[in-house]
Design a protein around this ligand. Structure first.
Ligand code: ACO
Length: 325
């Protein structure tokens, strides 16, 4: 029996020009390149220029994704931007992106699930596309985390960076089996009991300020691998695929040790894991599409490949998506 699937037509990304290295950070705070690389795998991150806002990054990533998909902006009728660092409290950054792309039809909204935002946005968009109401969507992860970091706090400021990534999705009739192209299954989870382990200490309703990111790093680390493997095992159970069937594992890029431990626990071979945290740092909702784009551009991910995505972040929130490129 045929069914509507959300097929990925193209991917694009954008990184701000300015690169901030670990050695530069070590000039201002008590840290070292060795400590950061050994604990996280991060060597450098990109930082948005003064006046460069999340929607600027998102629009550039969206244009690159549209070009890669060979589709015109005017054919897009849904835009979902995953971000925790919107240009303003409101309106949604997505409407600025919509206007920037010259689109006046369809719907545009933001989605907030911190580092899991891209997977949550992908799942939400997949649901909307499969209703048949929308035909073609842009899903964007875009962040300027440099604006919510406490640059005096060495336990957090060394971890994050700015950037944006986007994919174009189209509703297409497919055979209905697990060999279809597109999103095959998504699994989302949240547990608000952990909200104080990773949060921003400000907001419009609580402090009327933007606030700074606060994190109990060790506690996040402790939960991360179990949460990640939990939703991936859900994806395997639903589709019947196993770790051996996966062509590429594109995880959220928070920490190389979390990525390595998760892949090891799942039995995914190291050569199938796409790792960009060294060059990008943790770009929250942008990290998965940024990593995807690197692996597509360098020829690793090809049409028909089975690609496993996962993320976990503040909340806690976590989720997985299994897609055939
Ligand atoms: N440079 C040098 N030393 C440091 C730094 C630094 N940048 N930061 C902390 N230290 C020190 C600590 O003060 C501590 O010193 P002490 O032993 O004298 O007290 C020591 O290094 C060890 O600190 P730990 O916190 O135990 O280090 P750990 O090995 O756990 O690494 C890290 C810390 C990298 C934060 C790790 O816990 C981690 O990656 N956690 C997960 C974080 C994560 O994934 N967050 C993103 C989630 S996604 C989202 O939603 C935003």
């Amino acid at each position: 029996m045929t069914m509507l699937r959300s097929v990925l037509l193209g991917c694009g990304s954008y990184l701000p020009e300015r690169v901030l290295t670990n050695d530069e950070l070590a000039r201002d705070i008590e840290t070292s390149n060795e400590w950061i690389v050994q604990r996280t795998g991060i060597e450098q991150r990109h930082i948005a220029a003064s006046g460069e806002v999340t929607s600027d990054l998102a629009i550039k990533a969206a244009r690159a994704a549209l070009a890669a998909a060979h589709v015109d902006a005017q054919s897009i009728d849904l835009i979902v931007v995953a971000t925790s660092t919107p240009d303003n409290t409101f309106p949604a950054t997505a409407v600025t992106v919509q206007a920037g792309l010259g689109i006046t039809r369809g719907a545009a909204f933001d989605l907030q699930a911190v580092c899991s935002g891209f997977v949550f946005a992908l799942a939400t968009t997949d649901g909307l596309l499969r209703t048949g109401t929308y035909k073609r969507a842009l899903v964007i992860g875009a962040e300027t985390f440099s604006r919510i970091l406490d640059w005096k706090d060495r336990t957090t400021c060394v971890l994050f960076g700015d950037g944006a990534g986007a994919v174009v999705l189209e509703a297409q009739q497919q055979g209905g089996g697990r060999d279809d192209r597109g999103i095959l299954t998504t699994h989302l989870r949240s547990d608000g009991r952990h909200k104080s382990k990773l949060y921003v200490d400000g907001g419009p309703s609580s402090t009327q300020t933007v606030g700074h990111l606060r994190m109990e790093g060790r506690a996040v680390f402790k939960h991360a691998v179990a949460m990640i493997t939990d939703v991936i095992e859900d994806a395997f159970r639903t589709t019947g695929y196993t770790a051996a069937d996966i062509d590429w594992f594109v995880p959220h890029q928070a920490n190389k040790r979390i990525i390595d431990d998760s892949a090891h626990k799942l039995g995914i071979a190291p050569q199938k894991v796409v790792i960009t945290v060294g060059q990008h740092g943790n770009t929250s909702a942008a990290s998965i599409p940024l990593a995807l784009n690197v692996a597509i551009k360098d020829g690793r991910i090809k049409k028909g490949d089975l690609v496993l995505l996962e993320a976990m972040g503040g909340g806690f929130t976590w989720g997985s998506a299994l897609v055939r490129w």
